[in-house]
Design a protein around this ligand. Structure first.
Ligand code: AHG
Ligand code: MN
Ligand code: MN
Ligand code: MN
Length: 338
């Protein structure tokens, strides 16, 4: 690099955490999550060389065929989180049961995570990601922990985040206690450090750069309001963009504006995406950025996603999120149908 002057005052994740959280245990936890993201980023980058493409041979509890990298990234996150000493309960997409951390290593926090999001894109080198939601235990001073500590509404989340393993590895964090809101960090591979790049990220209001994002291959099973809304987006000249990795599709939606939809349909009454480690953290980040996260019509009413209470750790919900203008358009189709 010829000119490093712009880099002289860079803020790495460690310093940012120390300056922005007074909670030491949470700082340690977030540093460990950052480390696990870096380890997963490295594993994805080396996958072709290290023979890490392909299936692991097992099926997880939501019916997905596990890839080798699903299993490896799960192990990376579980190990980093248990060893942080800050966690009591862990929920991973790749584990049937919640992990209750043994008392000698336990702390105040509970983390639900999707260690590698976008499994179908792993083997063709398209962007994948990690998604996580951090809760504080219901009774932080109690030694007892259970699934009940994490089967709670999205409004109880303390930190939501995702890491995208794309052309650059990028970490996006949203602390409920931080007034600024959504923060972006980029991994500098030569330093091995996440460097803070943007604060108070806001989603465009919608209708500007017009993008809708959904798996239209499922449209034969959609309900009329979703079909009507997508037809209207097309009539208004929207472009279709769908990576098929939620992290990448939501990241683009936050930065460019537009709407991301994974609805319930005739075949899946709850949709595909999982509440605790896909729907909730993304809805919290989008809402904090000024967008809307809804389920559409679900269980008899149109709901704000963060108000759901998941019935089980791998529970699913429909996802409609993005710029206010675009999400409101979809929700108006539900109201018109009533
Ligand atoms: P995961 O790879 O963690 O199981 O998640 C897959 C999810 C999400 O990443 C993506 O948005 C969606 O599944 C894609 O589903 P379709 O292939 O049905 O479009
Ligand atoms: Mn999966
Ligand atoms: Mn996922
Ligand atoms: Mn996954």
């Amino acid at each position: 690099v010829e000119d490093v002057s712009a880099e002289q005052d860079f803020m790495n994740l460690g310093r940012w955490l120390m300056e922005n959280t007074s909670d030491k245990e949470l700082t340690v936890l977030m540093a460990q999550l950052g480390l696990a993201c870096k380890a997963t980023s490295r594993a994805c980058a080396k996958a072709g060389i290290a023979g890490l493409f392909g299936l692991a041979g097992e099926v997880n509890s939501t019916g997905d065929d596990q890839k080798k990298l699903d299993v490896l990234s799960d192990e990376i996150f579980v190990s980093a989180l248990i060893n942080s000493g800050a966690c009591a309960v862990l929920v991973s997409e790749e584990r049937d049961e919640a992990i209750i951390v043994p008392e000698e290593k336990a702390g105040r926090f509970c983390v639900a995570f999707d260690p590698l999001d976008g499994s179908s894109n792993i083997d063709c080198n398209v962007s994948t990601g990690t998604i996580f939601a951090v809760y504080e235990k219901l009774h932080p001073d109690s030694k007892d922990s259970s699934e009940a500590d994490i089967l709670r509404t999205g409004t109880d989340i303390v930190v939501a985040g995702y890491c995208m393993y794309g052309a650059a590895t990028e970490l996006v964090l949203c602390f409920r206690s931080n007034d600024a809101g959504v923060e972006r960090f980029s991994l500098d591979p030569s330093l091995g450090e996440f460097i803070h790049t943007h604060t108070a990220v806001k989603i465009p209001p919608g209708g500007g750069k017009k993008i809708y994002s959904c798996n239209e291959g499922n449209s034969c099973n959609w309900d009329a309001p979703i079909l009507d809304a997508v037809a209207q987006f097309k009539a208004e000249g929207y472009s279709a963009r769908y990576v098929g990795s939620m992290v990448s599709d939501v990241h683009r939606t936050i930065l460019y504006g537009g709407i991301y939809i994974y609805p319930a349909d005739k075949k899946s009454a709850k949709g595909k995406l999982r509440v605790l480690y896909e729907g909730f953290p993304m809805a919290l980040i989008v809402e904090t950025a000024g967008g809307i996260g809804s389920t559409g019509l679900f269980q008899g009413k149109v709901q704000r996603m963060l108000d759901l209470v998941p019935g089980s750790i791998h529970d699913r919900c429909p996802v409609i999120l993005g710029s206010p203008r675009d999400v409101k358009l979809v929700l108006s189709k539900y109201e018109a149908g009533n």
